[in-house]
Design a protein around this ligand. Sequence first.
Ligand code: FE
Length: 326
Amino acid sequence: MLGTTANSFADEVNVYSGRQEALIKPLLDEFTERTNIKVNLVTGKGDALISRLSSEGELSPADLILMADAGRLVRANKMGLTQSIESAVILQRVPQALRASNNHWIALTKRARPIMYVKGKVDPVSISSVQDLGDESLKGQICIRSSSNIYNQSMLASMIMLNGENETREWAKGVVKNFARTPKGGDRDQIKAIVAGECNFAVANTYYLGGMLASQDDETREIAEQVGVIWPDQEGQGTHVNVSGAAITKYAQNKDEAQMLLSFMLEEASQRWYAEVNHEYPIIEGVKWSDELTSLGKFKAQSIDLERMGELNAQALKLMDQAGWR
Ligand code: FE
């Protein structure tokens, strides 16, 4: 462009990130150092960034979006805001189950949503399946966040796929009856609530506990160290797993650069760093987990179609509403 000679970067890529800057910036800086491609980062809430992308239309500066739930990536794809990723390197690295069937999005990390309890206080043997959370013997014992939360929507969407709508609705009704309190706060708050004695069991994503275990704050670490993880459904369907991932926008001006950035994020060293800092599971097999995640143990994960799960998010929300899950 005329008059922009002051820019020392030949190329750039514009990223809308639903992930916090601290969790991604060092990786982006390393990419810039290696390629001389400048990364312009806009961070915000995932849903707000999708709305922004949608209203900006063809004029959107965004080339790449980073989102922390398959449901949001699926939605962006359905809304026509994305385009197919064509780089052979990327498509070879990302297993088919971890990307859209039309290659409009890819996963970058995985996260699990197990059940947590306080070690020595509760007998974890009383729960072996997520189904047990709906059992009347657990009345008043469960802390879980609200139905407006996309992680819960995705979890119930996966249950609809595996068990059908009616069974999932009945289960949700049972869980609502077992609430220790009206849902409030985020996953970290549910973890804190079991340690505070407000409830016996919490449902939360692994990286929240991982992050608390690695916290610089002594109090946070002391809370997290009391928490044990129950990996539900190890004999059957496996524990619910979701992904964080990325998509290239439909009107990306810098598609090549966006694909270069994604390839970079899929390299072993990047996967290791990204997963380590976020306490998520890398999507590339063989990449080492963070010490905190390793301490939570290995588990059998659900094997489900993430795309279908994302499509069922709205239905899952409706079902939670019918069950009185606010
Ligand atoms: Fe989160």
